[in-house]
Write a protein that binds this ligand. Structure first.
Ligand SMILES: Nc1ncnc2c1ncn2[C@@H]1O[C@H](COP(=O)(O)OP(=O)(O)OP(=O)(O)O)[C@@H](O)[C@H]1O
Ligand SMILES: [Mg+2]
Length: 259
């Protein structure tokens, strides 16, 4: 399969939130991927698929500015990530939310404190480590986010007393509490059973659509990629082998990526 375009031409008037241009990434001598390009417009959702070890998480980490690309250019919300100062990188990251495969909640802290910590990017400092220290406005924002994920009643429960599905919903609340413009999700339901996983995906995308957020998510579930992605990008053999609208693809088109 060949890439079918950058995607930019399909949505010429909306702003491009993420532009990845000819990006390559190596760790030492090991080339992970090469010459990857795509552009995402505001409120587009794109699924990244591909076999284990093809570099999907690495690509997301480059987009988030957590690691530098080896070559090429990553622009997020108008910021060139390679030339960004530390402060500029933090400013862009404060406009992004992240949900990962494992929720990464702080186990001994309350659910509410964990969600308050989602504001640390915007308001660094000790006051956003715990709900007890947080300003009322931040606590209110965290409660509003917990309401959206249906867990307001769990606000004061310790995070390590939650089920896997509940923990992922708290992670979603933490990701959206600061009203991000871009949401990144690295296999957000990988550790969940199918029913809980479906629930988490539905919730995640309901919230993303309601807030007009641009979403990049990795999924090993082909049905999730096709259902929730407007577009699907496929990494295989160190290249972007697929960039197509979900509507134009069927499950068999994606199977080729895993050969
Ligand atoms: N910090 C690092 N240093 C060296 N190699 C790394 C580093 N991070 C990732 N890799 C390697 O890069 C390759 C791609 O890893 P990555 O985690 O991006 O794959 P992935 O597509 O997300 O896989 P999975 O589906 O299993 O999550 C792997 O071979 C991995 O071992
Ligand atoms: Mg990964």
């Amino acid at each position: 399969m060949r890439p079918v375009g950058t995607g930019a031409e399909t949505v010429p008037v909306t702003p491009v939130d993420i532009a990845v241009e000819r990006v390559s990434k190596s760790f030492g001598e090991t080339r992970i991927f090469d010459d990857v390009s795509f552009r995402l417009a505001r409120s587009e959702a794109v699924a990244i698929v591909g076999a284990n070890g093809t570099g999907k998480s690495t690509l997301l980490r480059c987009v988030m500015g957590l690691i530098p690309a080896t070559s090429g250019k990553v622009t997020v919300l108008g910021q060139d990530m390679a030339s960004a100062t530390g402060a500029e990188t933090r400013a862009v990251r404060a406009r992004m939310g992240l949900v990962s495969q494992k929720h990464n909640l702080v186990p001994r802290l309350s659910v509410l404190s964990n969600v308050v910590q989602g504001l640390l990017g915007q308001q660094p400092g000790l006051r956003h480590w715990s709900h007890k220290l947080a300003p009322a406005a931040s606590r209110d924002a965290a409660m509003a986010a917990l309401k959206k994920v249906g867990l307001a009643d769990f606000a004061l429960r310790r995070a390590d007393r939650l089920s896997g599905g509940q923990s992922q919903r708290v992670a979603i609340a933490r990701a959206i509490v600061g009203h991000p413009e871009v949401l990144i999700a690295d296999e957000p339901c990988a550790s969940l059973d199918p029913a809980a996983g479906e629930e988490v995906m539905e919730l995640f995308f309901d919230l993303a659509r309601a807030q007009n957020v641009t979403v990049v998510f990795i999924s090993h579930h082909i049905d999730h990629a096709l259902k929730y992605g407007d577009r699907v990008l496929g990494l295989a053999g160190g290249k972007l082998r697929l960039d197509a609208t979900a509507a134009s693809l069927g499950p068999t088109d994606l199977r080729g990526l895993y050969d």
